[in-house]
Design a binder for this molecule. Structure first.
Ligand code: ARG
Length: 485
């Protein structure tokens, strides 16, 4: 991250600092550029201004500000918002962070009234507030992004309700399933991500304002009023914890890691499925990339990037956790360094979700190729063993019997379905001609109407459940968005 952002105008050297009463002279060359946080702060200036507005109104309520002072502060903040929005805010050297920059500008615009805004407030509780507000929004936006991907997967599942698919373990064909059942597995993974984000949201939803630097204020401030104005349902219970805590950031990053990881698993499957060896999917040209050298190539780079960026988000989590480790209470400047990983992790995860819903909506499934692979009779070996179990053969024995049959078939270069009834009989008396009727993948699915299974009626119910979950996720998004300032 570059030290001094290019969008700021070069200031007159050495603007007076908030602490010039205590610290004499100029800051050492290089220290300001090394230590400021403006680049990251510019991603949550709106939250910072919302916090200032709520704080100012509370100062008015308790009589620290007159109505006229509140008015000039509010007008100043409105002007500052317009300047930041238009990237025309006049930063100066010595603006160590967005909090100091806004306060300095407010004093320029509103004079003495502006100088009262920082009453009973510290940048420590201010940045904690900004990050909690930013994180609340990010959590909600991520849930919305996830619901979008879920919706696409459910739609694709409905389109291909009947499509057979071989299920894999160890990337070896295992048992028959359906494309819908497979895609719905991803919907479940994503649902846990929504739940995790919403759960993290409950703990993010506590206002730190009023904690001051670490021990609050001797002035009669009203923390509840400020919290309510900013859409928090609680206030942080301990002032030291309020300024030192970044659990909400770590939890959110962890939730992002799992979202990204889930995306990477789906992406990896699409990379494999897009290979000529599988041929289960085909990317429309608009979503594929070519080779600068090999004219025939059509590459799934988008999925490879999704796969890789899960690693990046994990890096963000590890960085943030490592920075927080062993920090003594309360605020330490180290906390500033935990912010870029939060911003990066959230941004990369959200961008990945947007890509995933777009590309999964566009991808073409070759359901004939899938069905061809799913009709491999070997996939029904377990069904034969279970058929023997129904006749009273202990499962372990049945497993051995069918294993022998598979070996016999392989020796002859045929499939399990090609073995004569007499061969089955020779292997075990319980296995007769009735074994042959088992070699029907659709029949195998119909035999699997257990809860959570790939049976067609069960998958029908699973689709309804998924749609209900998506509706619920979206309702949560609406409710929580309405509470954001
Ligand atoms: N830029 C700081 C941060 O992001 C704000 C708080 C600074 N507080 C302080 N006491 N230096 O954490």
């Amino acid at each position: 991250m570059s030290a001094a952002g290019g969008r700021r105008s070069r200031p007159p050297a050495g603007g007076a600092k908030a602490w010039h009463g205590r610290l004499a002279g100029r800051t050492a060359p290089g220290l300001e550029a090394y230590s400021h946080s403006l680049d990251q702060d510019l991603q949550y200036w709106r939250e910072d201004l919302a916090g200032s507005r709520a704080h100012a109104r509370m100062l008015r309520t308790i009589g620290i500000l007159s109505p006229a002072e509140l008015l000039s502060i509010e007008q100043g903040l409105t002007r500052i918002a317009a300047e930041l929005e238009a990237s025309r805010f006049p930063f100066v050297t010595g603006d160590e962070d967005i909090h100091m920059a806004v306060e300095r500008r407010l004093v320029e615009l509103a004079g003495a009234a502006g100088a009262k805004l920082h009453t009973a407030r510290s940048r420590n509780d201010q940045v904690a507030l900004d990050l909690r507000l930013f994180t609340r929004r990010a959590q909600v936006d991520l849930v919305a992004g996830i619901a979008e991907v879920q919706q696409v997967l459910v739609r694709r599942s409905r389109e291909h309700r009947q499509a057979l698919l071989p299920g894999y373990t160890h990337l070896q064909r295992a048992q028959p399933t359906t494309l819908a059942h497979h895609l719905l597995a991803h919907v479940e993974m994503l649902q846990r991500d929504c739940d995790r984000l919403l759960d993290a949201h409950r703990r993010t939803d506590a206002s730190p304002l009023g904690a001051g630097a670490l021990a609050g204020s001797s002035l009669p401030i009203d923390r509840d009023q400020v919290a309510r104005a900013l859409g928090f349902t609680q206030i942080a219970a301990n002032s030291l914890d309020a300024v030192a805590d970044r659990d909400f950031a770590l939890e959110t990053l962890f939730a992002c890691v799992l979202v990204a990881q889930h995306g990477s698993r789906l992406a990896e499957e699409m990379v494999i499925w897009a290979s000529a060896e599988f041929g289960f999917v085909d990317l429309p040209d608009a979503w594929a990339t070519g080779s600068s050298l090999m004219p025939q190539k059509k590459n799934p780079d988008v999925f490879e990037l999704l796969r890789a960026r899960a690693g990046r988000v994990l890096g963000d989590l590890v960085a943030a956790c490592t920075i927080l480790k062993a920090l003594p209470l309360a605020y330490n400047r180290d906390l500033q360094e935990a912010t870029p990983p939060l911003l990066d992790g959230v941004r990369v995860t959200a961008a990945g979700l947007a890509m995933l819903s777009a590309v999964m909506a566009a991808i073409r499934f070759d359901t004939e190729r899938m069905a061809e692979a799913a009709l491999d009779p070997q996939l029904l070996a377990t069904d034969v063993a279970e058929h023997l179990v129904r006749k009273g053969v202990p499962f372990r024995e049945a497993h051995t019997i069918v294993g022998r049959a598979v070996r016999a078939a392989l020796r002859r270069g045929v499939t399990l379905a090609d073995l004569e009834p007499s061969t089955w009989q020779r292997i075990h008396p319980a296995a007769g001609a009735d074994v042959l009727q088992l070699f029907d993948a659709r029949g195998a699915l119909r035999r699997r109407e257990l809860p959570g299974g790939p049976g067609p009626r069960t998958v029908g119910r699973a689709l309804q459940r998924a749609e209900l979950l998506i509706r619920r996720n979206r309702r949560q998004v609406e409710l929580l968005r309405a509470r954001l300032p």
